[in-house]
Write a protein that binds this ligand. Structure first.
Ligand code: FPP
Ligand code: MG
Length: 333
């Protein structure tokens, strides 16, 4: 699927969204503008605003409020990545150095605060229900990251923990992007529920695919591979491999990961012994089919996302939402 084509189909609604985003971020200060420009020039797929506008059009008539909802989704997403790259020591994103790598940690955190504050500013022009979608998402995003942090210390992540983390750190913003959009077009309750269910499943599938990338260094994903184990993050490919192995082997792998020092207390460099552990964990995931098993689970979520849309009337936008559910599960970036 070509997302560029969808953006063209969205026509004036896509330009309406872009205008709101660019004018909200306009700033006279040279340093602030430089960082904002860097982020706008290196924008990603902008999947959340695409979903937001498609959901609005699949459930009603998009209006000016929808441009705000779409812009807020993209701005909060960008803010989370600016913070995440500090939390995760991420130096590469979308194939280019991160703001953290180019401008430093403090600038990345503060730019994230700025984009978040600008998003909140746009929300003051929206109704309390729309505002509520985003306050819920921001709480969940932060909570998801904190639970992930706790689990990276304890290393006792179960499949349930994993799903809790990804529902909060990823699906929550997909839900806010689309729920706010369908509230803005005053869609009926059953459409809202369909869109929320779809977005949850899509968000989960999206994050599982992202976690598969980390074990697939041959893919040109625009991010560094092997980072999750370095960060002591136990994600679905590894959990699946553990399920396919013996308990003894799975316990051995957890013990091995425990030898990697937590980056919250240590610097960014990977020692030779840590590199060896990362390689051994990778071999374990390959040996026990962790990637294929995780991909199977992801496909279930993509299917459920499509099923959730069945109550919506047929439209070009609904077909695009269906295609996106398939795209998310097979994307390479
Ligand atoms: C990327 O995941 C990060 C997220 C999905 C959420 C990040 C959220 C926060 C830092 C907390 C909330 C912040 C704000 C501003 C509300 P990943 O690290 O698994 O993937 P990656 O490979 O893209 O880094
Ligand atoms: Mg990260």
């Amino acid at each position: 699927m070509d997302i560029k084509e969808v953006k063209i189909e969205l026509g004036k609604d896509w330009s309406g969204y872009q205008d709101v985003l660019v004018s909200a971020l306009n700033n006279k200060n040279a340093f602030v503008s430089k960082i904002n420009k860097y982020l706008i020039d290196n924008a990603g797929k902008q999947l959340r605003p695409v979903l937001s506008l498609l959901a609005a059009r699949a459930c009603g008539q998009a209006n000016e409020l929808n441009y705000y909802c779409a812009a807020v989704a993209e701005m909060i997403h960008t803010a989370t990545l600016l913070h995440d790259d500090v939390a995760d020591n991420g130096d590469l994103r979308r194939g280019v150095p991160t703001v953290k790598a180019v401008f430093g940690q403090a600038a990345s955190v503060l730019a994230g605060d700025y984009w978040l504050a600008k998003a909140l500013d746009l929300l003051t022009a929206c109704n309390p229900q729309i505002l509520g979608c985003y306050t819920t998402a921001v709480q969940e995003l932060a909570e998801g990251e904190l639970i992930q942090m706790e689990k990276s210390e304890l290393l006792d992540t179960t499949e349930d923990d994993y799903y809790t983390i990804i529902a909060k750190k990823t699906a929550s913003l997909f839900i806010a992007a689309t729920k706010s959009a369908v509230l803005a077009v005053e869609a009926p309750e059953n459409y809202i529920k369909a869109i929320v269910d779809y977005s949850y499943e899509l968000g989960v599938a999206f994050q599982i695919r992202d976690d598969i990338f980390d074990y697939t260094p041959s893919m040109d994903t625009g991010k560094a591979g092997g980072a999750d184990i370095k960060e002591r993050k136990i994600t679905l490919p590894l959990l699946c491999a553990m399920k396919n192995s013996t308990q003894k082997e799975a316990d051995g792998i957890r013990k091995m990961i425990a030898q990697i020092e937590n980056t919250f207390t240590k610097g960014n460099e990977t020692t030779d012994s840590e590199q060896q552990i990362i390689e051994q964990v990778n071999d374990f995931v390959q040996k026990y089919n962790g990637i294929a098993s995780a991909q199977k689970m992801l496909e279930q979520h993509s299917r459920r996302a499509v099923e959730a849309l069945s109550v919506l009337p047929d439209s070009k936008e609904k077909s695009r939402l269906v295609e996106l559910a398939e795209f998310v599960g097979t994307r390479n970036r």
